[in-house]
Design a protein around this ligand. Sequence first.
Ligand SMILES: Nc1ncnc2c1ncn2[C@@H]1O[C@H](COP(=O)(O)OP(=O)(O)OP(=O)(O)O)[C@@H](O)[C@H]1O
Length: 254
Amino acid sequence: MSAVFEVNNLKKTFGGLTVTDNVSLSMMPGDRVALIGPNGAGKTTFVNLVTGNLQPNSGDVRLNGETVTKIGPTGRVRRGLVRSFQVTRLFQDMTPAEHVALAVLQRDGHATRLFGNFLTMPDVMAEVSALLGKLGLADLAHRRVSEIAYGQQRLLELAMALALKPKVLLLDEPAAGVPQSDTGRIEHALADLPADLAVLMIEHDMDLVFRFAKRVIVLAAGAVIFDGLPVDVTKDARVREAYLGSYADASHIA
Ligand SMILES: Nc1ncnc2c1ncn2[C@@H]1O[C@H](COP(=O)(O)OP(=O)(O)OP(=O)(O)O)[C@@H](O)[C@H]1O
């Protein structure tokens, strides 16, 4: 099996500040990886380099062996690299069904002017219903986003990302802001992701990291300081030191 996602010697500077410091990593289909690191470690910048929202100074990004470093965000999505949508980008007056339909139509390259007719497109509707059903949102399919709970909006983000049929999924703190009572549903959805999908999750909540990830990568000051098993991460001296110097003490990751 070959890597579905690779980053080689990725480097990004802002002025004199090196924010991504020769980062290399690779993921195989089915990988479940958590990317963690203290505040300001460079996680968001790294994700933006991977998605094509930022250009690196040097290094490259590959998807299924193809170098995509010069390809923009839309081209990367088309090649299977999908970042979960953000709740802040959902349309409050639109329904979950409309959001997912939009993602399906976009994936299939339909002009968005077809969008108004999706209710009469049986294949699109079947896919929309299946995805919303899978994420426990079937009953809310035709409600306005503004009327559904925050945790359900986060599940909708996931439904939209899955509608794009990703091979690599980047999840940015999928349970952040979700009340404790609803995090179980998010975790259930994460556990239910397609087995061959490679998932990279940025997460601060270590309980979630330990339950989800089979591998943990730690960024500190832009560099990868640990890439290994969850069971080893809390014992690692460099990791403990990196967290000691930040908002959290070592007990936070132990
Ligand atoms: N556009 C920019 N221009 C200058 N500096 C930037 C820019 N974007 C990020 N930085 C700096 O790069 C460093 C890493 O930021 P980044 O947001 O990637 O970290 P992070 O690990 O995602 O942090 P957090 O967990 O707090 O979100 C920070 O010192 C930040 O101030």
